[in-house]
Design a protein around this ligand. Sequence first.
Ligand code: SAH
Length: 507
Amino acid sequence: MKGKVWLVGAGPGDMGLMTLKGREVLSQADVVVYDALVSGGVLGLIPEGAKLVFAGKRSGNHFLRQEETNKVLLEEALAGKRVVRLKGGDPFVFGRGGEELELLVEHGVPFEIVPGVTSAFAVPAYNGIPVTHRDFCSSVHIITGHRRADHSYDIDFDALVRTKGTLVFLMGIAALPDLMNGLLAAGMDPEMPAAVLERGTTSKQRRVSATVGTLERVCSERVIQTPAIIVVGKVCGLADTFGWAEKRPLAGVRALVTRPKELVSTLANLLREKGAEVLELPAICTVPVNDMADVDAAIERLSKGGYDWLVFTSPSGVSIFFDRLIALHDLRALNGVKLAAIGQGTQKALLKYGLRADFLPSVYDGETLGRELRSVCVPGSRVLIPRAAIGNHELIEELEKGEGFEITDVATYDTEYATSDVIDERGEIERGDIDFAVFTSASTVRGFAAAVPDVDYSRVNAVCIGKQTAAEARKRGMRTWVAEKATLEALVKAVEEAARETMGNQE
Ligand code: SAH
């Protein structure tokens, strides 16, 4: 059986700029061959279990030679695999997309091209630079500043100057002096606005504005981070008026979110809406405990009216408990028991079964749940708590203060820790590239620590959903911020506050 190859543009960085088709194809991939320019956000979309091949291609740092990459694509496709060749920006804009197809065509391997959003247009857009504007120019040109070893530039500077269009140079940073001199020698006005746009559409994007005459000097005074493009043209002058990305509340923030695998990334999306770049680590997943005997016994007793209260401390607890209950009985086994949920997420999970919690605490944490529930339970209440094998103590300690309470704390699920194959969490932290790690539970902190052991956690700024989560983070030496309420919205607010404090972001 022959497989197939999809040449997919990953866009310039912001994962939201990957096309729907690209995402769809990626979600079905057996093998993903990706470049250094593909952003962490997009890499996070690679399905679990897909084979990963890094074809790192940043100049000077070739991991796979072009011919080797071509061969990998061919071999995997011939083995019947669905192969996604993921490339930064658009695969046909200075992406050697054409070269990678030749061998496939030779062997009759089917392929498709999924175009991407090219950095040549998206990076100016994220800097408030429209590449064309009727008042200033009538064309835009994309030029490579890269030249093959021992070759001179194949650029007709006279022609470029004559077009009066906007010029966008890719791969041009090393050649910046030559490019500007070439334009000046061809008669370009030295006062013509020009800009270097670094790491566009990511949280670390930066703009260096100057003119064709001064750009080289201005750039020599600072370290230019790559990837970067050079834009020449009057439209560069609009950046100050139209610049927008840096004005978002979470501009410049690169956040790490660890989330239970099975949950959709609402939190990541809320953060992205405010302008943050988010890396998602599938740090924890919950699985039913191996031995369900205790859970089964509790369900049996419940079905005979043996409990007054059934208490849930997480959405996973709800789904795993009810899956089992329905496998053994049906919902009538609840037998009129009263339900308590630690917070809204857990309440939502109950609603999926058509059940509403009789009790929610005023603050969504274990201690408050225990204390407040104690005051609504009558003396001698029998309380069943199906929850994580390593649940926190506060809830139980508070409940135990109740008069004659009988508490059954039954281990229902285990938390397993996963690591990412594509995201180098350790490197990200050690380089200081992560501004905030955002935690939604103490177990996500533990999951993170298990995934990234032995790093200097004092470098990690942790924004936490509640006190217990923060305590877990502090225990490891992280600097912490705590959300005012245990909701995702409040957590995002806490990230904004932390960004104002540490990065000087605007209100
Ligand atoms: N196919 C890609 C371009 C590959 S050539 C595309 O369509 O975008 C690599 C060059 O693209 C880099 O040297 C840099 O000039 C530019 N580039 C890619 N991503 C960029 C980004 N996020 N910010 C600035 N420049 C970028």
